[in-house]
Every structure is written in structure tokens, then in C-alpha cells.
Design a protein around this ligand. Structure first.
Ligand code: PHE
Length: 334
């Protein structure tokens, strides 16, 4: 072994480590590079072992050569390592950065149920005419639901409302008319209110009946009102809600709390069939007296109709059960 020999090996290793370094493309390659050249059993360590085989006077020069080789290998390794972690950081930044130009993830937004929309629309129409919106409890007393509305116990008209009773004096209201009484008891005429709300009847479900449904009650109490005023308000409402060109007609009916009582009908433009849309009448003097009004001077009219029925007529819905079926294909249409 001679110095010249070793010098040649050093040059070969120097060339080899540079070319190896060029092939490094990931942290595992870089580690393999470190083990091959700088490891405890690596090439450079192996060459240090050869020093002992050199003549004494050549050893220090050879040691210098090897130390230089080792230092340059170490420097190249460290440079590469720094470069690698810089790249990794850049990559991570690129990966984690947010592209503000990408479209957002859509979140489906719900909307009000058709029935609620229709209720709001009806309220708005009457609010514009100067009515207030009032409400009352769904669990009602026998007094407000029947007695005060001129329907004493044992009156046969009670059978017109198939009522769910809770106990002897409480029931699920089968109509919104009790709200009339609650409002009149607490205010002096003039009274102009609409009362939308849920009602309950022991009806068997079919395409036009549901044990739970919504009604809107209207009440206008003041001196000097007549059936003509009622007829006018109904006409105005039908015009606003359904559109122009509808006819409205009243026919005789009976409710214990109105006298006279009428049934309301409307007819679509161009149609010959009349459609029933609700019940109405002049507030019975007995009802006015029950709330402390003077029936000699005070007059009033009221009407009530089903919100589902209004929606069904307006949107061509054939079955009342679809409102509560929770089928999104139905709900999303409106
Ligand atoms: N409350 C009646 C019903 O549910 C409707 C109605 C209201 C009739 C107001 C006349 C006046 O059948």
C-alpha cells in the first residue's frame, strides 16, 4: 500500500459520492448515502483503517487527505439534508395552503314549510288591511271553545266538532273560534284580528281530512257592520291570495255563534264549479253579550277557513296528508 494508491481511492470515492448524491431523491436515499460513506462501517471509515498499512512517513499526509474527504462528504450530506427539509417545508406549505378560488362546499339550506309560508302570506294580506294577528292556546277549555260561543253543554251542534277531550273541562281545540272570545274579553271594540293556528278533530284521515290541521279565524267587531262588509273583505282576500277574476258567493249555513251564518264559495275565472272555502257569519248577539259588549250597538262578523285547503286550492295539491308526510320531494317544490 502506497500513498499514491490511497490518493487514487480517495479520488474515486469523491467522484462516486457526488454521483450518488445526485441520485438522492428522498430521505431514505439520503440515509443510505450517509450509511454508505459516513457510517461507522462506511467507505470512508474503511479507508481510515488502511492508514496502518502505510509507511510511517506517509501516514500524516494520508490522514489529511482522508480527513478532507470525510469533511467534504459530511458537508455535502448536510447541505443536501438542509435542502431536503426546505423542500419538505415548501411542499407542506403548498399542500396545506387554501385555494380561495375553489368553490365552497355547499350546505343545503332549509326553508319554511309550504303551510307556514301560506299562513304568513294570509297574515300579511290581512295585516295590510289593518287586522292584527292574535293567537290562543291549543289546549282550550270547554267554556271558550263551546259555552262562550253559544254552544251550551248538550247542544246538538257540539256534534259538528268531533273533539278530543283531555278531561271534563279541557280539550284540544277543534277550531280557532275560541280565540275570538279571548280577544274580545280583553279589548273594547273596534276589534280587527286574524288568528291562525293548529286545530284538532277526531276525524279519520283521508284525502281531505286530517286530525291535525290549521285554521285561520277572522273577526271584525265594530258599530254598523253588515254582511256586505263581510262579503267585501272575503272578495278582497280571494283577490289578493288567489289572483284577479275570482267570483265569491255566500250561501246559507248554520253556526251557533253567528247569525245569520253563511258558507263561503269561490269560483275560478272561467270555471263553472263553486268551491267551498269556509264558514262565516255575523257574530251572534249572544256571543257579544258573553264578552260584555252591548249587542244593541255593537256588530261584527267572523269567518274561518282551513289553511291546508287554501294551499291545496292554490297549488293544486290533491291530498291533505302530503303536508305532514315529510316527503322532501314534496317539501322542496315550494
Ligand atoms: N269555527 C267554524 C268551524 O271551524 C268556522 C267559522 C268561523 C264559522 C267563524 C263562522 C264564523 O267550523
Amino acid at each position: 500500500m502506497e500513498l499514491a494508491n490511497l490518493r487514487q481511492q480517495v479520488e474515486e470515492v469523491a467522484v462516486r459520492l457526488r454521483s450518488k448524491l445526485q441520485q438522492v431523491s428522498n430521505p431514505a436515499d439520503l440515509e443510505a448515502f450517509r450509511v454508505e460513506f459516513l457510517g461507522r462501517k462506511g467507505r470512508i471509515a474503511g479507508m481510515f483503517k488502511l492508514l496502518g498499512a502505510l509507511p510511517q512517513e506517509e501516514r500524516s499526509q494520508a490522514g489529511e487527505l482522508l480527513n478532507e474527504l470525510k469533511a467534504s462528504a459530511q458537508r455535502l450530506f448536510e447541505e443536501r439534508e438542509r435542502e431536503g427539509s426546505r423542500n419538505a417545508a415548501t411542499e407542506r406549505l403548498a399542500r396545506e395552503s387554501i385555494d380561495m378560488t375553489l368553490p365552497g362546499e355547499g350546505r343545503p339550506i332549509g326553508h319554511l314549510h309550504l303551510l307556514t309560508q301560506v299562513q304568513h302570506e294570509i297574515e300579511t294580506i290581512f295585516l295590510h288591511m289593518g287586522f292584527d294577528v292574535a293567537s290562543g292556546p291549543e289546549i282550550e277549555t270547554d267554556y271558550y271553545n263551546f259555552e262562550a260561543l253559544n254552544i251550551p253543554a248538550d247542544h246538538p251542534a257540539r256534534d259538528d266538532w268531533d273533539t278530543f277531550y283531555i278531561d271534563d273541562t279541557h280539550l284540544l281545540r277543534p277550531h280557532t273560534s275560541p280565540v275570538q272570545i279571548r280577544v274580545m274579553e280583553n279589548s273594547a271594540p273596534p276589534v280587527r284580528i286574524v288568528c291562525p293556528g293548529r286545530c284538532y278533530r277526531r276525524d279519520t284521515q283521508d284525502a281531505t281530512h286530517s286530525p291535525v290541521f290549521f285554521q285561520v279565524e277572522l273577526l271584525w267587531v265594530e258599530e254598523g257592520l253588515t254582511l256586505a262588509n263581510l262579503r267585501y273583505i272575503i272578495g278582497l282576500f280571494v283577490h289578493e291570495f288567489f289572483g284577479p277574476g275570482y267570483d265569491v258567493r255566500l250561501s246559507g249555513d248554520f253556526f251557533p255563534f253567528t247569525e245569520p251564518s253563511v258558507q263561503l264559495h269561490m269560483r275560478e275565472p272561467g270555471a263553472d264549479k263553486w268551491l267551498e272555502i269556509g264558514g262565516a257569519g255575523m257574530v251572534d248577539p249572544a256571543v257579544l253579550a258573553n264578552v260584555g259588549y252591548d249587542p244593541e250597538t255593537i256588530t261584527g262578523f267572523a269567518f274561518g277557513f282551513g289553511i291546508e285547503r287554501m294551499a291545496m286550492l292554490k297549488y293544486g295539491i290533491g291530498d291533505i296528508r302530503t303536508f305532514l308526510a315529510n316527503d322532501l320531494r314534496f317539501i322542496r317544490q315550494f
